[in-house]
Design a protein around this ligand. Sequence first.
Ligand code: IMP
Length: 206
Amino acid sequence: MARLFNDEKLIVASHNKGKLVEIADLLTRFDVETIGADELGLPEPEETGETFIANAELKALASATTAGLPALADDSGLAVDALDGAPGIYSARWAQTANGRDFDFAMHKVEMALNRKPDALRTARFICALSLAWPDGHVESFEGKVDGTLVWPMRGKNGFGYDPVFLPEGGDLTFGEMQPAAKHAMSHRADAFEQLVGGCFADRIK
Ligand code: IMP
């Protein structure tokens, strides 16, 4: 059984404002006060892990052990079957250009790699790892996913990252075309979050 979270305050070990707001929103119903890692001046460790969970764990542990409070961190990305799981944990890095991150560029890169394998399946999944760490070094981790296929050309302007090329299984709209609430109800992040709640916030479900 997962360790239950029984504090009032939780650090969100992310320096991304969008993620902080999203996680704070998801946790208000459990009476948890979230504090961003930035607010506490916590350093952002290098993501040296080889899996989504390893990266989420190292980020959560770095904050929890430095600040002496439980900390939650996530790591996510797109895994394409025909590319042996790439871009995977390097999803953000595939978007890196001399002028910053450019996801149109990253989506073109994925499409070009797929085109080099003409008979390749276009199946892919978004994966999200969430890790909750305590100052004593204990960690609970959960991995959520959503399966789909990659479309080309890109479709839709909603969402972020690789959303315009991701068609979830059984749907006709890409994540880029879907309304945010519809995406959030079925996303890899929602799946991971549900598992985290079932494991570590089970006694607070109202
Ligand atoms: P990180 O989890 O902040 O390291 O970033 C993971 C990268 O994966 C993001 O920059 C996006 O490119 C991609 N990614 C993760 N989740 C999603 C999603 O829901 N839609 C589109 N792209 C995503």
